[in-house]
Design a binder for this molecule. Sequence first.
Ligand code: 13P
Ligand code: SF4
Length: 340
Amino acid sequence: MYSDIIADQKNKYGKRLAILGHHYQSDEIIKHTDLKGDSLELARQIEKLEAEYIVFCGVHFMAESAAIVRRDDQKVYIPDAGAGCVMANMAPAWLVDKVLTRLIAETGKKIIPLAYVNTPAAVKTVCGKHGGTVCTSANAEKMLRWAQDQGDAVLFLPDKNLALNTADKLGIPAEKRMILNVRSEGTQIDVAEARDKDLLIWPGLCAIHQRFKLSQIEKFRTEYPDCKVVVHPECPPELVRAADGAGSTSYLIKYVEEAPAGTTIVVGTETNLVLRLKEIFPDKEILPLGTSYCSNMAKITEKKLADLLQSLETASYEDVSDEIREPARIALQRMLDVCK
Ligand code: 13P
Ligand code: SF4
């Protein structure tokens, strides 16, 4: 029934409407999307879309990022604005600003902030104002290298796992990294220690990926000695090191797609995507590393999508004040320009 309502509304609006969905959305949502992708692919598409009504099925930071880079004649909607991202909430803008300002003042170094796209708009604003930028899991290496070239040190936030995994790939030595203690409003940070570091890391994480354990990989390797293991880089570094590959949701899909028929592939990421891969590629054995659903992604339901589409003309849309939007747009645009 909700499917019919959604189909009718899509017919009614035609090309004026585009429904975008992140890979972690459930099948009941994915089947209605005009475009699906990882965070980078979706962010890249916004401006190019003919549609004036953009409905983003994902978590809030994704719709908000779309609202930052949208054209003036476009409006961005999310079926449930309460679909937050636990990790994004771990780095509030006021605290990022406070910590960064203190570090710059007390180390005397030019510190470039690099925010994972999983952050609120106001954090991207802080990055834009301090000559920094944004990255996604698909371009973290490239953007970290870029950020390193702009100053003396980089503040990577909020995902410590993505920071450490990217630092491993770039060969940034362990003694040049520091995970910041941001408790008590950042007053506990050892500035003397920070002065000597190239990479300052915010201590955030994604509970959905942190849940996976190295012992799960070891168990699969014992049971299926020829299996391949691929994980999302929000997983802890010991898992990424033990895996055959790590990358964004699109990377994981491509890995499975390109593997020869008959391959057993263990996938460590959100369960909706792993189950979809299992269904799409029956010629390969796809095994979830473990069960781990993102409850926020799951807040987007067919009913909420149908309700939104029925009231699109009057529904509230994602809006970001000009004061927040302009510097945040500069930060996001730097990423889009570097990763054309
Ligand atoms: P991707 O950019 O790889 O799609 O990941 C987004 C995300 O939130 C992963 O938890
Ligand atoms: Fe955020 Fe983790 Fe959910 Fe991705 S899977 S949206 S990082 S909570």
